[in-house]
Design a protein around this ligand. Sequence first.
Ligand code: ZN
Length: 397
Amino acid sequence: MAQEPRQAAQMRWLGAAQLIAVVRSEPGITRAAAAQRLGIGSGGATELVARMRQARLLDETSARTQGRGRPTTVLGPHADGPLVLAVELRAADWRLALADLDGLPQVVAQAGYVGGDLDAVLRPIANAIGAIYRRKSKRLRAVTVSAAGPISGAKLGQFTPRGWNDVDLSALTAKIPDRAGVALLLGNDATLAGLAEARTGAARSAATALYLMVAEGVGGTLVVNGEPLTGAHGAAGEYGHVPFGDPALVCPCGARGCWDLTVDGRALARHRGDAQPVDAVEYVHELLNKPTRDKPTRRAFEAVAASLGRGTGAYVNVHDPDVVTLGGVAALLRAQAPEAFNDAYLAALMSFRKDSPPPVRDAEHGEDGPLHGAVALALDDVTTAAGLADWVDRQRV
Ligand SMILES: [Zn+2]
């Protein structure tokens, strides 16, 4: 069959793209409710859903009805529909997770890093991605790489855990042929986790959502109407590198007085008089696991929670979010000294905000936040009208 002109094909799939957006934001929605959201009649919805089932995008299953109403159906991903792959490069290991249009990542591979140099580390991951592509070739449409470091253009600017700079991650999809047209997207882990909270987590349905996460230092993102503000090069959101801290302390980033140094395991160690920990997150967990807590440790937790609260208040002044979510070990740190956090948070707010400060919630996705965000970003790419037109073309081949 001859291909339709590109623009016409995209127009043809615009309604489908809108319906997928509705199904993604309201999983388990009925066909009738989805039609209502889109403002289309039941005849139009029936036709649209039939076309999407034939295109292996959506499927319907009958839903249990309450009362005596007519039986209805709920919309969900087609069993042979598009797949996306999330690749997560964490400090000590990597994970691969597949998801369909329901957006729920299923971890399919996980391993520690092997070898020291970049090529040796990336090769097994590229092989694992290649194996998944060979199994799912017709269905895999996009790959998102989540990494603990700033993204700059198509590169990972810095991957501190391994000491890498300016890493070109395209080697990860080297086993996927170009002709397959599988998109490769990159995202910072904190940005993706914040995106996940705004789409399906503790900041769901907030128009302006601020996400702050503590690991070694602070990262985060501001998500506005479902889209993270990533800056000109994708490197926005370095929330920790502002001088909310002690000007006497020099940060590894090169600046003085960074907030980073006052809100994580390094800060706890400093307050307790310990040497700087090798792993700042591990250090937090070690302290939390101690059966008893001496006075210096309690004071250390209070100081860290207060700094976290103060900075959170400062960013609320800056961004005016509907809601703030705390990820990484930030929620755990707040929970050790909630009063210290709250006092500092309120004290940092400008007067006119103090009466109704935005809620500060614990993130819901936990350590899977970056995977959920990576899947969401990939699905955004795959489910545009152009992406769906491309999917349909490729199914015909
Ligand atoms: Zn810094």
